[in-house]
Design a protein around this ligand. Structure first.
Ligand code: AMP
Length: 286
């Protein structure tokens, strides 16, 4: 496995792979890898000739008071994991490599970024869209792998590629959870033992909501109210948003329709966690 830190070297590697008619899969990550990331990596290794995993903690997607400085890093353990999974290249550029002095260009995807995480983290999706487009331009993968853990992000990336005619196909993979139900996330490393129970309330609340919808509940308000109550039963939990929305444009719904997204962002102490699930409307039998 090669570790590449510069853009010219990465481009050269990709040029050579393309010249030899090999397919390239790219898994963009911010490192501190867990099974959620590895599910994307394994899919790429299984379906593409070559797999590139980028590890880059992208400063442009963090707000001023967010966790850029303390975001977990463990490059050695990450590279060991990736090597044993059969990855060909780890692309780990520095911030100065990606955003040298005088850097001026940012990409924005409009409308769908006004909701959910885009609303509570201004500038977040501008940073994500910019870095993803840069990574795709540098690595030129045939397929990019993204997780539904970050549902809105995957949709923003799909929209960006469609609108800017980028020749990379996006493959989305399901959200992976701990046996406890907690959505796997690098930010789970921040959670103290006391914060585990409140953190688990997110997936518990979503499970209960899914069950309610399956039993015929259609009211988005009632579903959100129940989720709120489950989460707010924990003192350490501070809700950022609870949304029942259209899974494609993230506009809030009054009623569950066939395919609705329930999405949450909750602060547990200093850690912001997100989770989501897709639900389908069930008509009540008379
Ligand atoms: P991150 O390192 O958090 O930027 O995540 C990199 C990629 O891994 C993104 O496409 C995420 O959606 C995906 N990912 C992170 N956690 C999970 C998870 N629990 N299940 C599936 N995919 C995930």
């Amino acid at each position: 496995m090669e570790i590449i830190n510069t853009i010219p070297e990465m481009k050269l590697w990709s040029d050579r792979a393309r010249e030899s008619h090999k397919t390239i899969g790219l898994v963009p990550t911010m490192g501190s890898l867990h099974e959620g990331h590895m599910s994307l990596v394994r899919q790429s290794v299984a379906t593409c000739d070559f797999t590139v995993v980028s590890i880059f903690i992208n400063p442009t997607q963090f707000g001023k008071n967010e966790d850029l400085d303390k975001y977990p890093k463990d490059l050695e353990s990450d590279t060991n994991l990736l090597e044993s999974a059969g990855v060909d290249v780890v692309f780990a550029p520095s911030s100065a490599e990606m955003y040298p002095e005088g850097y001026k260009t940012f990409v924005t995807v409009e409308g769908i970024t006004d909701h959910l995480c885009g609303k509570s983290r201004p500038g977040f999706f501008r940073g994500v869209a910019t870095v993803v487009l840069k990574l795709l331009t540098i690595v030129r993968p045939h397929t990019g792998f993204f997780g539904d853990k970050d549902w809105q992000q995957a949709t923003v990336v799909e929209t960006l590629l469609r609108d800017l005619n980028v020749d990379t196909t996006i493959e989305r993979l399901p959200l992976l959870r701990e046996p406890s139900g907690l959505a796997k996330s690098s930010r789970n490393f921040y959670l103290s033992r006391e914060e585990m129970a409140p953190a688990l309330s997110l997936s518990r609340a979503l499970d209960a909501a899914r069950q309610r919808v399956q039993n015929g509940e259609h009211s988005a308000d009632r579903i959100k109210q129940e989720i709120r109550q489950t989460i707010e039963a924990n003192k350490q939990a501070r809700i950022d948003y609870i949304s029942v929305c259209d899974p494609e444009n993230f506009v809030e719904l009054d009623e569950i329709k066939d395919k609705s997204l329930i999405a949450l962002a909750v602060h547990i102490g200093k850690t912001r966690l997100i989770d989501n699930c897709l639900v389908r409307r069930v008509e009540c039998k008379e």
